[in-house]
Design a protein around this ligand. Structure first.
Ligand SMILES: [Zn+2]
Length: 537
């Protein structure tokens, strides 16, 4: 993944970094240095999720997982089962429901939750995080009634009689979220460790995390201090509380040996397409009175962006709808016109783009941070929301790349699975992992090389750390994966099933598949020697 696309067969690692990358014959490691023979397997730099929520993935492990529920009734049954295990009045939380996967595709209402768990406040977050489905008891605790107005940037859904249905869109979710008790520190720390282990086994060695809160930063810092955080997170803080603290601290802060960097600020322009909160220039095709939600006025986004950039923070702005993307590019154009900042600016999702906006990314030095699996998940219904004309600018990877911009690739986990090979598969096929569906807008596909770059070197460039990570070049961090098969030569449909047989972070083996491979004379030493081990592979 260097600029030339070099392929090498040997890497020497010292002090957690690449000390040599080239031909085996050109290096002569000392006999005492442990060596790993990978038996000719394909090795890539560790894949990094350019937009992944480790904190939310960890929290979701402590709540009901609703991602597999096939109907509102099935969710209600899961809630009833949870209620039977809890004290009366105790909160029940969950995440991952998606009405577009249910018969009828209608939004759920409080009624089913009130029957399933009477007396329990229930708050269930939609798969995209942009809507919460609440029970009557939860609404009561938050004082949400027929008289409650829509808060700025949010919507309290009401039925034809004017009663709240239990559905809270975008910022209206805050009315309830602040009341849900957080998990205990110990339980949360355990959950973070568990999801890191999962990510390492899937081939991720790091993530860019938009919207980390102070409790999660403390948890990561504790785990790093205990040597239990073998992962790299480049995080953006969000929300008034976290930003007011980091604004005072000034320069971006790094914890451990590059494991956690709090170096960006996450801002929001709009909601999401699935809950019709994405801000569009023209109304939704399937909701003609609605053009979506602008959550924060562009003036305020610009003020916060300038404030963050002046203190050395990267600026990442969530924009999904075409109107939101126009607005954020206007904000970034103003920032660039005023001479700053030097760092890349990022648009998170950049999902639906007006044709005239596409060339602005490259021109303004703005990186679209895109999630290929959003395309293959949304393709079932995106056409109904947008109509055929706007689809031309939806998930428009090829148009973006051809305009001279590069893409930061990610998954938005837990919205999608954290598996980066699902993302690589979606990027090069534009079809779902299962079934016989034809390719969707096949002209917008990425090549395999572009897809892998978007999860490695382009991600590193998008956070200004291209000299430190993203490729296996001398001096960079030795984060790498050895693969079950070669992502560049395997059959296309196989890409989604690839997995690392070995994952190294900072030169230390942090994941090893069960299968026995390339029996190495000192493999176990490498995995147990800690961060000072020298490994040549
Ligand atoms: Zn996200």
């Amino acid at each position: 993944m260097d600029a030339a696309g070099s392929v090498v067969d040997s890497v020497v690692i010292r002090d957690g970094r690449v000390a040599f990358a080239g031909r085996r014959g050109d290096v002569n490691p000392a006999a005492r240095e442990p060596a790993l023979d990978l038996g000719g397997r394909a090795v890539l730099p560790g894949l990094v999720d350019g937009h992944g929520h480790l904190m939310l993935l960890a929290r979701s492990r402590l709540e009901l997982d609703l991602t597999t529920a096939g109907s509102e009734e099935e969710v209600a049954r899961m809630v009833a089962a949870a209620a039977a295990q809890r004290r009366p009045g105790e909160w029940i939380g969950g995440r991952g429901w998606d009405q577009t996967r249910w018969p009828g595709q209608r939004f759920p209402t409080r009624a089913s939750l009130d029957r399933a768990a009477p007396g329990h406040p229930v708050a269930l977050v939609r798969v995209d995080g942009h809507a919460t489905w609440a029970s009557g008891a939860a609404l009561a605790r938050a004082d949400i009634t027929r008289h409650s107005p829509d808060p700025a940037g949010g919507r309290v859904a009401k039925d034809e009689r004017g009663e709240p249905t239990g559905l809270l869109i975008d910022l209206a979710q805050d009315l309830i979220r602040s009341l849900v008790p957080p998990p205990s520190r110990d339980r949360f720390d355990e959950a973070v460790e568990a999801v890191i282990t999962e990510c390492l086994a899937k081939g991720l060695t790091g993530a860019h995390e938009p919207g980390l809160d102070l409790a999660a930063i403390s948890s990561y810092t504790r785990l790093i201090g205990r040597g239990r955080f073998p992962f790299r997170v480049f995080a953006a803080v969000s929300g008034k509380k976290a930003w007011s603290e980091y604004r005072e601290r000034g320069a971006p802060e790094s914890v451990g040996d590059g494991q956690l960097t709090v170096g960006a600020v996450k801002l929001w322009l709009d909601g999401a397409l699935g809950s019709r909160g994405a801000a569009l220039h023209a109304p939704y095709c399937d909701d003609p009175a609605n053009t979506g939600l602008v959550l924060v006025p562009p003036d305020e986004v610009e003020r916060l962006a300038r404030e963050a950039a002046a203190r050395g923070f990267h600026v990442w702005v969530h924009a999904i709808g075409d109107r939101a993307n126009t607005l954020v590019l206007d904000v970034f154009e103003n920032l660039r016109a005023a001479g700053g900042p030097r760092s890349p600016l990022r648009v998170e999702h950049a999902q639906i783009l007006a044709p005239a906006d596409i060339p602005r990314f490259a021109r303004l030095g703005v990186v679209p941070s895109m999630q290929p699996t959003h395309c293959t998940s949304d393709m079932r219904w995106a056409g109904e929301r947008l109509g055929p004309e706007r689809l031309a600018g939806a998930y428009a990877w090829r148009s973006v790349l051809d305009s001279g911009a590069y893409i930061a690739g990610g998954s938005d986990f837990p919205v999608e699975d954290a598996n980066p090979f699902h993302g690589l598969h979606a990027a090069v096929t534009r079809r779902p992992r299962e079934g016989e569906d034809p390719r969707w807008q096949p002209a917008q596909r990425m090549t395999r090389e572009e897809a892998v770059r978007s999860f490695t070197i382009w991600n590193a460039r998008s956070i200004g750390l291209e000299a430190d990570q993203g490729s296996l070049e001398v001096g960079k961090r030795a984060d790498l994966i050895a693969l079950s098969d070669d992502v560049f030569t395997c059959r296309e449909e196989q890409i989604a099933t690839l997995a690392p047989v070995l994952t190294l972070v900072g030169g230390v083996v942090v994941h090893r598949a069960d299968q026995d491979f390339g029996a190495s004379r000192s493999a176990s030493r490498a995995s147990s020697a800690g961060s000072t081990s020298d490994t040549s592979a």
